[in-house]
Design a protein. Structure first.
Lengths: 110, 112
């Protein structure tokens, strides 16, 4: 069974401070990991995929298979980063099911 | 491309009523799924489909039915609404390959 854990329900930082949203997963194979962001009462938007190793809106995330983690980081938080962030896992291969963590609500204070 | 379209955006039902939440995508995606989003619970998978005529249960399927007669449409039916089904429902679709899932804008359902 696959499981995603986001240990922090709430995270509050000041503008310009570094931010790290934690994500740990449990899966025996080779997973695909995603970060989704949901701004207030909007649809979920894809932020990052581990497979693409890209930086979006200043956010990065590295898959650490040894620690089974996929933490989301940004060196300097902005107020517009305030949102709900979900880490999600898709099993490898043709299994399309996406399993979400419970989410972390990030608040960036001025 | 409209992406993933969900209707209605808001709905209030009385306990015991039935209704269908609509989801349509115009991207020719093979995979479609329904999630419910509840505070503190994240998103939980209700049902999913890997192609027309093929559906399967997710994590929380009880009280919901789905069908997939076309690639484009994946309606979610509530058979007899209960207050526990008060939630925000999201439809998502995906095609093959290494890409993300596309989500609809959600349906906010209240059962009284």
């Amino acid at each position: 069974a696959q499981r995603v854990t986001q240990p922090e329900k709430l995270l509050s930082v000041f503008k310009g401070a570094p931010v790290e949203l934690k994500c740990n997963y449990s899966y025996s194979g080779s997973p695909e990991l995603f970060w989704y962001v949901q701004y207030s009462r909007q649809r979920l938007q894809l932020l990052l995929r581990h497979i693409s190793r890209e930086s979006i809106k200043g956010f990065t995330a590295d898959l650490n298979k040894g620690e089974t983690s996929f933490h989301l980081k940004k060196p300097f938080a902005q107020e517009e980063d305030s949102a709900m962030y979900y880490c999600a896992l898709k099993a490898g291969g043709s299994n399309y099911k996406l399993t979400f963590g419970k989410g972390t609500l990030l608040t960036v204070n001025p | 491309n409209a992406g993933v379209t969900q209707t209605p955006k808001f709905q209030v039902l009385k306990t015991g009523q039935s209704m269908t939440l609509q989801c349509a995508q115009d991207m020719n995606h093979e995979y479609m799924s329904w999630y419910r989003q509840d505070p503190g619970m994240g998103l939980r998978l209700i049902h999913y489909s890997v192609g027309a005529g093929i559906t399967d249960q997710g994590e929380v399927p009880n009280g919901y039915n789905v069908s997939r007669s076309t690639t484009e449409d994946f309606p979610l039916r509530l058979l007899s609404a209960a207050p526990s089904q008060t939630s925000v429902y999201f439809c998502a679709s995906k095609t093959t390959g290494y890409n993300g899932y596309t989500f609809g804008s959600g349906t906010r359902l209240t059962v009284v």
